[in-house]
Design a protein around this ligand. Sequence first.
Ligand SMILES: C[S@@+](CC[C@H](N)C(=O)[O-])C[C@H]1O[C@@H](n2cnc3c(N)ncnc32)[C@H](O)[C@@H]1O
Length: 228
Amino acid sequence: MLNLIIADTSLETIPVNVFKHQSLKKIRNSGKKPKEILLDRSLHHFAMMSAKLDEDYKRGRPDILHIALLNALATPLYKRNHLRVFIHTIDDNVILVGNNVRFPKSYSRFEGLMLNLFRDKKIISEDEQLLLDLRSNTNFGDLLKVFVKPEIVLGLSTTGTFKSLESIGADLASYTNGCVVIGGFPKGHFSKNIESYFDKKFSISDMGLESQIIISRLLYEFEKNVLV
Ligand SMILES: C[S@@+](CC[C@H](N)C(=O)[O-])C[C@H]1O[C@@H](n2cnc3c(N)ncnc32)[C@H](O)[C@@H]1O
């Protein structure tokens, strides 16, 4: 089994100080409450700049998670139950992704699903399967200790030591419950707290690449060792 954690993910509802910014008057007039809006840099850039959010360069990109999930959940590895997926968000929420979950391809439907999840804490399918389970105020350490319980935690980052994806995939496949952590943010690096849980940290290229590319390629390398 491989556990994939998408960590420090750029997924949160709009902070109140951003919501109050003058450039977002139209949104306020629409009657929506902050808990009903995902922070999105493509719509809220000026308000985010003016609110001087901490680590603003890592925030407001829920589309990164959408694309990453579409890639991970479409793999044979996930479809054959060799992959568990966890999302840790930048403000310490954890989302447990069930088996056989299919995320909507349309971004606006994905956004609606995430807002429903923040409101209801669970998304359950018509046949009563738990698809998504939000655990609020759960930090990265709790996620590892309570839910993942891995034998090894590998972090992937441009600041790691170089190793090919092929050998990382083979290494992970030698464990019955390994874990790999990939960032769900656009720029910057993992928080120091997250890095403190890595047993090893690897870089797979001298280029900084997008999360979905790293995820797809890593899962493929892992898959080659476990599926025929
Ligand atoms: C857009 S990057 C985040 C930017 C960050 N400066 C970086 O390059 O690690 C998103 C994630 O993809 C992974 N990633 C991107 N390029 C990588 C590389 N060359 N080696 C290993 N992981 C990489 C990391 O997990 C990273 O957190």
